[in-house]
Design a protein around this ligand. Structure first.
Ligand SMILES: C[S@@+](CC[C@H](N)C(=O)[O-])C[C@H]1O[C@@H](n2cnc3c(N)ncnc32)[C@H](O)[C@@H]1O
Length: 368
């Protein structure tokens, strides 16, 4: 087999993959002349493999929709035990490379060279994965139109700058939503993405239930159950305003500065997420992220950061652990959040959060 590029072998999870031997930089991928492989997405595939192995109703026919080297679809087969695998990529080199990688890993699968949107009009799967360069928006209508109910959908978005409010006009254009650049920008961005996905699902008579949605590195990732819109309850969208104190309030959509529409429901199914465990193939970074997501699942939307609180209250930021302990001692749930290194998610009311912060700040060494 000859390619217009050299190949090298990488081991990721349980898979041994041939990938183009080209220089890689950290961060989001961009279209290039070679089938794309991004090692910084290992953590994404790690968590996806853990989830898919425990997916309710266990998918039997899964599609790696934008497959590139086939890395994720091959891990679906090896680590989640999915028996029937499909792969689509519009690059002819990618299709050849995926077949090589299947063989290398002792797997069988159907590899299609073409446009995912046309493919979805013809074939049915009970789990479809969409992992594009940038936004998933061009593929969502096709995916929901084709999705049986119930079925599973995995969606990645790497256009975090518009979603997190760095480019609000692009966010408005693409997701028809108003973001906000602030400490909570990543959670807002993830909730804008989910809110948009929900609206597309609704337009196709379906509803979505996130099994797990999170932010990591340079991407957002959502894993959804797709259900029949006639049998399930409807949208969970809302708008928020962030006041001068940094507190979020639900507001009417007509409020000029309203952030949203946002998904206001849970970012996952708490019982399901808590039941997950890293596998022997999960990277250390993947296991750390899962642990953090399990701790914060089920807590209300948004969080405070010690940076912001210290500035506003003119106090030195306490050690995060001490702040957490003080909130818990007051009888509330409090956890670090994966969205921000100095963020705390809690179900405590605002006055308790302020009192706990000042209490923690007054006793002992500061900062993290
Ligand atoms: C970000 S890469 C996918 C990475 C891959 N999922 C992984 O885990 O390594 C996006 C891939 O989508 C392919 N692609 C882009 N538009 C497509 C389309 N409309 N139909 C099929 N493949 C497409 C590109 O050729 C590229 O290989």
């Amino acid at each position: 087999m000859s390619f217009p590029f050299a190949l090298t072998e990488v081991v990721e999870g349980r898979a041994r993959l041939l990938v183009p031997d080209v220089p890689r930089r950290k961060g989001p991928g961009a279209k290039g002349p070679h089938p794309f492989y991004n090692p910084s997405m290992t953590v994404n595939r790690d968590l996806s493999a853990i989830l898919l192995a425990r997916w309710p109703g266990k998918p039997t026919r899964a599609l790696d929709g934008l497959a590139a080297t086939g890395a994720w679809g091959i891990r679906m087969g090896l680590e989640a035990g999915v028996p029937e695998l499909g792969f689509v990529d519009m690059s002819p080199d990618a299709a050849v490379l995926i077949r090589l990688n299947l063989e290398r890993n002792g797997l069988r699968g159907d590899v299609f060279h073409g446009d995912l949107r046309a493919h979805l009009a013809e074939k049915r799967y009970d789990y479809v994965d969409i992992d594009p360069f940038g936004p998933p928006t061009p593929f969502l209508g096709h995916a929901f139109h084709a999705a049986p109910t119930p079925s599973g959908l995995g969606i990645t978005a790497t256009d975090t700058a518009p979603l997190c409010g760095t480019y609000p006009k692009a966010c408005q254009r693409r997701y028809i939503a108003h973001p906000l650049r602030c400490d909570q920008g990543h959670e807002i961005g993830l909730r804008i993405l989910l809110g948009y996905i929900e609206r597309v699902a609704e337009a196709h008579g379906k509803v979505v239930r996130p099994l797990l949605a999170f932010a990591a590195e340079h991407f957002f990732r959502v894993h959804l159950h797709v259900l029949d819109g006639l049998q399930e309850t409807g949208p969970q969208a809302g708008y928020y305003l962030r006041d001068r104190e940094g507190t979020f309030h639900r507001v009417d959509p007509r409020e000029p500065e309203a952030i949203g529409p946002l998904w206001v429901g849970d970012l996952g199914d708490s019982a399901f997420v808590r039941s997950l465990a890293p596998s022997e193939w999960t990277s250390a970074a993947g296991a750390r992220l899962l642990d953090s997501l399990q701790k914060e699942i089920g807590l209300p939307p948004f969080f405070v950061t010690t940076d912001e609180m210290a500035k506003r209250l003119r106090a030195s930021p306490p050690k995060l652990e001490r702040f957490l302990t003080t909130l818990r001692a007051a009888g509330f749930r409090a956890e670090r959040t994966h969205f921000h290194a100095r963020g705390v998610k809690t179900d405590a009311p605002h006055d308790v959060i302020v009192a706990a912060f000042l209490d923690a700040a007054a006793s002992g060494p500061t900062g993290d």
